[in-house]
Design a protein around this ligand. Structure first.
Ligand SMILES: [Zn+2]
Length: 211
């Protein structure tokens, strides 16, 4: 029902970020749409096991509103919209590093069932980026926010590489795309896993970095 109301809200055309009238079929008003630009220069800190990474923007304003809408209203269309917004910047990076494989972290099964889709997959579809699903998750982790740091680490480590990819990563340059960069613990673990399976280089792209 909430989803339906949100869809009706979209039909009425209010900006998801500031409630002002949105542009035509868009999710944002003109001002918030202008916010959706790559923010650089941005200071970068090294993430262990990640050769290079790129971030589109900060987790605030319009970007945050779109990501929250995707996650909590279970709306894949805002993720596609975000994908379109980051498309040029993401492709610039893809052309620069020339990855053999582009992939993304998997949701734990419970969250995937609740949401019905993986938001990063929808973002990649919106950006017309071809991807492979090389990871899988085992078990049902509680939500990350409720976990202590040790438990959080265990949840991160529940990521595995799918069986048929185990011997297909050797000498490959891999780009992992994720929505929000916070501690970097997840991406670091995933890249360590890929390197341990023979990957040549690991790179990462994030839609937003928490501020
Ligand atoms: Zn707005």
């Amino acid at each position: 029902m909430r989803k339906l109301l949100r869809l009706l809200g979209i039909a009425q055309g209010n900006c998801l970020n500031c409630e002002k009238p949105a542009l035509g079929e868009e999710f944002l008003c003109e001002d918030c749409l202008k916010e959706l630009k790559p923010q650089h220069p941005m200071e970068y800190t090294h993430i262990p096991y990640v050769f290079s990474h790129r971030v589109f923007g900060r987790y605030e304003g319009a970007i945050k509103s779109l990501i929250l809408n995707t996650k909590f209203e279970n709306n894949p269309y805002t993720a596609r919209f975000l994908g379109k917004a980051v498309k040029d910047y993401l492709w610039e990076y893809i052309n620069e590093i020339q990855p053999d494989i582009i992939t993304f972290p998997e949701l734990n099964l419970r969250r995937l069932w609740l949401r019905g889709f993986n938001q990063v997959e929808e973002i990649l579809k919106g950006a017309d980026v071809p991807y492979q699903r090389i990871f899988e998750r085992k078990g049902f982790d509680p939500p990350m926010a409720r976990l202590g740091s040790q438990e959080r680490l265990k949840a991160v480590q529940s990521h595995q590489v799918r069986k048929h990819w185990l011997h297909a990563l050797e000498d490959k340059k891999i780009l992992v795309v994720d929505d929000v960069l916070t501690t970097g613990q997840t991406i670091s673990h995933l890249c360590q896993l890929l390197l341990s399976l023979g990957a040549k280089e690991t790179h990462a792209f994030f839609i937003a970095r928490s501020v």
